[in-house]
Design a protein around this ligand. Structure first.
Ligand SMILES: NC(=O)c1ccc[n+]([C@@H]2O[C@H](COP(=O)([O-])OP(=O)(O)OC[C@H]3O[C@@H](n4cnc5c(N)ncnc54)[C@H](OP(=O)(O)O)[C@@H]3O)[C@@H](O)[C@H]2O)c1
Length: 279
C-alpha cells in the first residue's frame, strides 16, 4: 500500500484498519486485514470497545508469516477514566493522571507485542484545560523516551481548544482523529486549519455516519462510471482530501475492494460534486 508522508516527515498508510467492537474475532480479522494488505492498525487500551491483546495476536500471525514490525504502523490510545467501563479500567483510576497514561502505554506495548508505538492518541480532550496540558506533557515525555513515535488527539471538535493545545505543546500533534459527520459540518474549518499547519485528519464513522451520501444519486452515478461501490468512491473522495480514513470492515471482500481504490482518481468535477454533499 502506497504510504502518505506526514508533515513530520514519516510514512503513514493511507487507510488504517479499525479494530473496535470485534471482540473475539479481533485476532483473526486483524490477521486477515494484514494479509489483504492493510499496514496500519488503529486500536485503544479501552476494553469496553477494543480487544487490544487480540490485535497483538493478529499482528503476531503477520510476523509468523515473515512480516516485520517496521512494516506496520500501530496506533493506539490512552482513554481517560470517563471513557472506560468502570468495571474494567485497565489502569488504577485512583492513580495520578501521569501514572494512568504511563501504565496505559505500557499495557498497550505489551498487548501489541512491541517495544514502541507508532502513534499514541489521547482518546478525548481532558477538562479543565490544565489536565489536558498535563496529559500532553506526559505524551511528550513518552515520545522523547522512544516509547511512542508520534502523538495526536481524538474527538477534538473544538478548534479553539486545538489551537490552544497546538500553541502550548512543545511537540505538536501529528493528527486529529474525529467522527466524520454532518453534526459538526464535517469539521470543514478545523480540517482547513490542520491542513494549514500540516497536520493530518483521520476520520471514523466515514461510512456509518453518512448513508445519505452513500445513497445519493451523485455517488451512485460516479460509482457506476468507475464500476466501483459507493463506499469505495466515498473512501477515495476522503483520501483526495488528504484524510486518512479508518476502516473497520469485517468482510474480506470489502478489505480487498477498499485497498484497491488508489488505482483510480476522481476528477476535480467529481470531487466538487461530492464536496457539495458535505453540508
Ligand atoms: N476515536 C474514536 O473515538 C473512535 C470511535 C469509533 C471508531 N473508531 C475507530 O474507527 C474504526 C472504524 O469504525 P467506524 O465506526 O468508522 O466504521 P466501520 O467500522 O469502518 O464501519 C463500516 C461499516 O460499513 C460497512 N461497509 C459496507 N461496505 C463497506 C466497505 N466497502 N468497506 C468498509 N466497510 C463497509 C461495514 O460492514 P462490513 O463489516 O460488512 O464490511 C461496517 O458495518 C473503529 O474500528 C475504531 O478503530 C474510533
Amino acid at each position: 500500500m502506497q504510504c502518505i508522508t506526514s508533515n513530520q516527515n514519516f510514512q503513514v498508510p493511507p487507510m488504517l484498519y479499525g479494530t473496535a467492537w470485534k471482540k473475539e474475532r479481533t485476532a483473526n480479522l486483524v490477521a486477515q486485514a494484514l494479509e489483504n494488505g492493510f499496514r496500519g492498525i488503529d486500536t485503544a487500551c479501552q476494553p469496553k470497545h477494543y480487544e487490544e491483546a487480540l490485535v497483538g495476536e493478529g499482528c503476531a500471525h503477520f510476523y509468523a508469516k515473515g512480516g516485520k514490525r517496521e512494516e506496520l504502523f500501530l496506533q493506539t490510545k490512552f482513554t481517560p477514566t470517563e471513557g472506560q467501563d468502570p468495571q474494567r479500567v485497565p489502569y488504577n483510576p485512583q492513580a495520578s493522571l501521569e501514572e494512568q497514561i504511563l501504565t496505559s502505554c505500557n499495557i498497550s506495548k505489551h498487548n501489541l507485542q512491541t517495544d514502541y508505538l507508532d502513534s499514541f492518541l489521547l482518546h478525548s480532550p481532558l477538562f479543565p484545560y490544565s489536565n489536558l496540558l498535563k496529559a500532553w506533557k506526559v505524551f511528550e515525555s513518552l515520545l522523547e523516551k522512544g516509547d511512542v513515535r508520534h502523538i495526536g488527539i481524538s474527538n477534538c471538535y473544538d478548534l479553539q481548544l486545538l489551537q490552544k493545545l497546538y500553541t502550548d505543546a512543545r511537540i505538536k500533534p501529528w493528527c486529529v482523529q474525529n467522527r466524520f459527520y454532518a453534526d459538526v459540518h464535517y469539521d470543514t474549518t478545523l480540517r482547513a486549519w490542520l491542513k494549514d499547519k500540516g497536520m493530518i485528519y483521520q476520520s471514523f464513522w466515514t461510512l456509518s455516519a453518512n448513508p445519505h451520501i452513500l445513497h445519493s444519486l451523485i455517488l451512485q452515478e460516479i460509482a457506476q462510471t468507475y464500476g466501483k461501490s459507493t463506499a469505495q468512491i466515498f473512501y477515495r473522495y476522503v483520501m483526495h482530501q488528504g484524510i486518512i480514513p479508518l476502516n473497520g470492515t469485517t468482510s474480506a471482500q470489502h478489505m480487498k475492494e477498499d485497498l484497491s481504490i488508489l488505482e483510480f482518481t476522481l476528477t476535480p468535477l467529481e470531487i466538487a460534486r461530492i464536496d457539495a454533499l458535505l453540508v
